[in-house]
Every structure is written in structure tokens, then in C-alpha cells.
Design a protein around this ligand. Structure first.
Ligand SMILES: Cc1cc2nc3c(=O)[nH]c(=O)nc-3n(C[C@H](O)[C@H](O)[C@H](O)COP(=O)(O)OP(=O)(O)OC[C@H]3O[C@@H](n4cnc5c(N)ncnc54)[C@H](O)[C@@H]3O)c2cc1C
Length: 450
């Protein structure tokens, strides 16, 4: 029998689950299918309701799991096969290559500097974020190593200047590369960490229980929602979070994507897209968006007190401990909360200033509001890899796509398969404190399973 546990997903829930299970004495495999653990919290600026710096809270926990003798972190890895029997799960993981030898990479960044090619960042693209073909996920990444975008190994990137001169050979066929600029930069530092010829690796493990902690995603604004597809100054709340983050693409300057000028009139639209019908927005309340907007408005005004911040909302959700006081703090700081339903947004094509037309929900009047920046709170949706993972684990998703609990009242965090548990955003929209609470409970259930 093994006492090992597999935690799938290395966000704040997975990290806390791993840490607790290891403290209870279990061997833990913490698997994430991206190059670093950290999840969404690592990309946030500050966290409601305390406005503590997000990465400053999470990074020490990331380092603790990284250095724990009973925790093995496997990044860029996904669960491919699960065989249950005799009280254990036999698992095959597939680890995709980062094209970097992690035992040699020191995260010095010389290769990143040398790489001349950058592509729009998947998270920060609309607000100008770009990512080099070789890069670190974020400065505090764990492991603190670089990874190469798999697209780099194609001829197109060579043509874009990633290498000195041309080459007709597939990178996987060579054991030495004399032309890639990142390889040369690494060698100049006295290391040979860039290994373009790495291949997929199968890893087989046996565990007695599994915790799914695969988290949430921000819903993309569907169907040109309030001009999102047409107007550069209409962004999502995740993009705004990155805009005000010192580690984001604008180094924390709250500027408009259209002209990089400071945004003075900022309007948040809550429940953006909600109720618009299938494929157009979330049909449910995501719980946390009201506090996210409140936090963002408070911080925007801390950056510059002359900013006019207005939150257009329908029904304010301040459900958690300290949340109502947080709302009051925003009011005291001059944030306007307007019960409003915006129905159309237009843009001045020269200045890119926006006009939001809305129905005032207290009076029924139709009004308009000028804005430099419009922030859409589109809600949280299930992870896009949930469906595949549910099939592999032979567990169910609910009708929204989150993982289904066996009995949400009497057996929360348990699935219909004995030995497979859930925590964090895998169960539904959730805040950080609740994710950590669930992670602690899931760790205990996973350790206690016979
Ligand atoms: C813009 C924004 C601002 C927010 N601000 C706050 C705030 O101020 N305070 C607050 O309390 N909450 C806030 N939240 C909510 C907070 O982000 C979540 O509560 C928290 O991230 C949930 O943690 P998690 O670990 O469950 O999921 P995640 O952070 O989403 O992490 C999940 C991890 O699982 C990995 N993963 C996914 N699928 C797989 C798979 N199949 N195999 C392997 N790995 C996988 C992902 O790569 C990721 O690393 C905010 C959310 C957003 C979008």
C-alpha cells in the first residue's frame, strides 16, 4: 500500500492541499500542466478584503511546497491514464518538454534577454503584454526556471529571427545547436541548459487518493460584448488586474490601451453578459466579481485620487467576512456604486473615449456616462481542461462544467469515486480564503482514506 497523494492543479488550493497533506505525513505529487505553480493568484495585484499583495502572500507558500521533502512538484505535466483497483490508483502522467534542462538552468534570464522574438501574452495581450519565446512564467515562478514556447521550434520563428541564420533541420533531431540565440546566450553564461531536442516523458506513479484543484478561468466576453472586440479601451477585470499590477505589462500604470495615457474616468460593469443567453455570458452569479471590482476601484484611487471610479451593478454581493466593510471603505474613498444596466457602448473614433448608455435601475431613467476605460466583470467559468480530466478520472462534471460533488451538503469535496476529492475553483466560483479552507479539508480526507 502507498500513502502517496496526487494533487492536480498548483493554484492556491492545490498548494495548500499539498502542504497540509505533507504535514499530515503523506508523500505528495503536485502536478500542474503549466510551467509554474501559482495559478490565478500569482497574476493578481492585491487581494480583497485586506488588499494584501497577492504574490507576497503566495510566494512563501510556493517556496515551502517546493522545498518540502515529501512534496514533488511536476510542472508542464498532465494526467493521461488512471487505473483504479485494490484501494490504489495507478497513474500515468505525461510531462511535456520545456526545452530547458532544469537541473542546469539558474533562471538568470540571459536567454530571455537574447531572444529577439515576442508574441502577445495569452493573459495580457489586449493591454499590450508580450512574452518572449523563452521566458519565465512570472518572476517568482516555481520552479524558478525558464521554458521555451513550443512554437519556437518551427521554421517560422527561425525566420522571425530567433536564430542566427537559417536551418533546415528539425530541432528534435540535433543534440547541439550552434545557431539559436538563447542557446548561445546560455553557453556564454557557462551553462548548457537550453536543450531544444527534449521530448515528452511518461511518469508512472501510484497513489491512494487524488485531489482535483484545477481552478477557474475568467469568462471571455462573448459576441463583442459592450464593444469588447471593437474598442481598445473596453477590457475585462482580469486585464484590469494585470494593468494595475507592478509585475504586469504597464508596470502598474493604469493607462488606456489605445494611447497609453492615464485613465481618469473608469467604469466597471458587473454581471457583464449575464443572462444574455447560451454562449453569451455566464447564466449564474460568480460571487467574487463585486469584491474584485470594489478592490480594483479602491486601488485605482490609491494610485491616483483624482480618478473617477464608478461601479455599475445590479445586485451587490458582499457575502464574506469583512466584505461589507470593504464595500463601505470604497464608498468612503469616493467610489460611486450605481444600480445600472448598460445596454450600449459607443466610441469616439478619434479620441477613443467611450460613452456608456444605461438604464438607472432605481429610477428607470435612461442615462449616459463618459469613460476612458470600461472594465467588464464577465464572471468565472470552469477550467477548459476539466472535461478531459473528468473522463480520465471517471468522475462527473455538473451542468455548468465544474466538478460534481457526491453530496454538496453532507459530503462536500467528495466525488462519486471513493478516493477522489475536490477543492478550490474546481468546485465552482470561489475566493481565496474559501479555496484554502476547502484545500485543508480535502487534504485531510485524502490522507485519512484507507
Ligand atoms: C481578476 C480576478 C481577481 C481576483 N481577485 C481576488 C481577490 O482579490 N481575492 C480573492 O479572495 N479572490 C480573488 N479572485 C479569485 C481567485 O483567483 C480564486 O479564488 C483562486 O485563484 C482559486 O484558486 P484555485 O487554486 O482553486 O484555482 P487557480 O488559481 O485557477 O489554479 C488552478 C491551477 O490548476 C492548473 N490546472 C488546470 N487544469 C489542469 C489540469 N487538467 N491538469 C493540471 N493542472 C491544471 C492551472 O494551470 C492552475 O495553475 C480573483 C479572480 C480573478 C479572475
Amino acid at each position: 500500500m502507498t500513502d502517496a497523494i496526487l494533487v492536480i492543479g498548483g493554484g492556491i488550493a492545490g498548494i495548500n492541499c499539498a502542504m497540509n497533506a505533507a504535514k499530515y505525513g503523506a508523500k505528495v505529487y503536485l502536478v500542474d500542466d503549466t510551467p509554474s505553480i501559482g495559478g490565478m493568484m500569482a497574476r493578481l495585484d492585491k487581494t480583497f478584503p485586506t488588499n494584501d499583495c497577492s504574490i507576497c502572500i503566495e510566494a512563501p507558500q510556493m517556496y515551502e511546497v517546493d522545498n518540502h521533502e515529501r512534496i514533488e512538484i511536476l510542472t508542464n505535466a498532465e494526467v493521461r491514464r488512471v487505473q483504479a483497483g485494490g484501494g490504489i490508483f495507478k497513474i500515468r502522467l505525461l510531462q511535456k518538454p520545456k526545452f530547458v534542462d532544469e537541473s542546469k538552468c539558474t533562471g538568470c534570464g540571459a536567454c530571455v534577454e537574447a531572444c529577439p522574438v515576442s508574441l502577445p501574452d495569452p493573459l495580457d495581450g489586449k493591454i499590450g503584454g508580450r512574452r518572449k519565446l523563452i521566458s519565465m512564467a512570472f518572476p517568482q515562478a516555481v520552479p524558478n526556471k525558464v521554458a521555451i514556447d513550443p512554437r519556437c521550434r518551427s521554421g517560422a520563428m527561425r525566420a522571425a529571427g530567433a536564430c542566427v541564420g537559417g536551418c533546415a533541420v528539425d530541432c528534435s533531431q540535433c543534440r547541439e545547436c550552434p545557431i539559436a540565440l538563447c542557446v548561445k546566450a546560455c553557453e556564454k553564461e557557462g551553462k548548457k541548459a537550453v536543450t531544444l531536442w527534449q521530448a515528452n516523458r511518461n511518469i508512472d506513479i501510484e497513489v491512494k487518493s487524488i485531489v482535483v484543484a484545477t481552478g477557474i478561468r475568467n469568462a471571455p466576453p462573448a459576441g463583442d460584448l459592450l464593444g469588447y472586440d471593437r474598442y481598445p479601451n473596453v477590457i475585462t477585470n482580469t486585464e484590469f488586474e494585470r494593468l494595475m499590477n507592478a509585475g504586469g505589462p504597464t508596470a502598474g500604470h493604469i493607462v488606456r490601451p489605445s494611447d497609453q495615457q492615464p485613465a481618469h474616468r473608469i467604469v466597471w460593469v458587473q454581471c457583464a453578459g449575464r443572462g444574455l443567453g447560451p454562449g453569451r455570458g455566464t447564466p449564474y452569479c460568480s460571487k467574487v466579481c463585486c469584491m474584485i471590482a470594489t478592490k480594483q476601484a479602491i486601488i485605482a484611487k490609491e494610485h491616483d485620487s483624482s480618478i473617477e471610479a464608478a461601479i455599475f451593478y445590479n445586485d451587490l454581493k458582499a457575502y464574506g467576512k469583512g466584505f461589507w466593510d470593504f464595500h463601505r471603505k470604497a464608498l468612503e474613498n469616493g467610489v460611486r456604486f450605481v444600480r445600472a444596466r448598460p445596454y450600449v457602448v459607443s466610441e469616439d473614433p478619434v479620441t477613443h473615449n467611450l460613452t456608456v448608455r444605461y438604464e438607472h435601475l432605481d429610477t428607470g431613467e435612461l442615462r449616459q456616462q463618459a469613460a476612458d476605460l470600461l472594465v467588464l466583470s464577465t464572471g468565472l467559468i470552469p477550467g477548459d481542461r476539466n472535461e478531459r480530466l473528468a473522463k480520465v478520472l471517471k468522475i462527473e462534471l455538473d451542468h455548468l462544467g465544474f466538478f460534481k460533488e457526491r453530496d454538496p451538503i453532507l459530503a462536500p469535496l467528495e466525488t462519486a469515486v471513493e478516493g477522489i476529492y475536490l477543492c478550490g475553483g474546481a468546485t465552482g466560483p470561489i475566493d481565496i480564503a474559501e479555496s484554502v479552507t476547502q484545500a485543508t479539508a480535502a487534504a485531510m480526507k485524502a490522507v485519512l482514506k484507507n
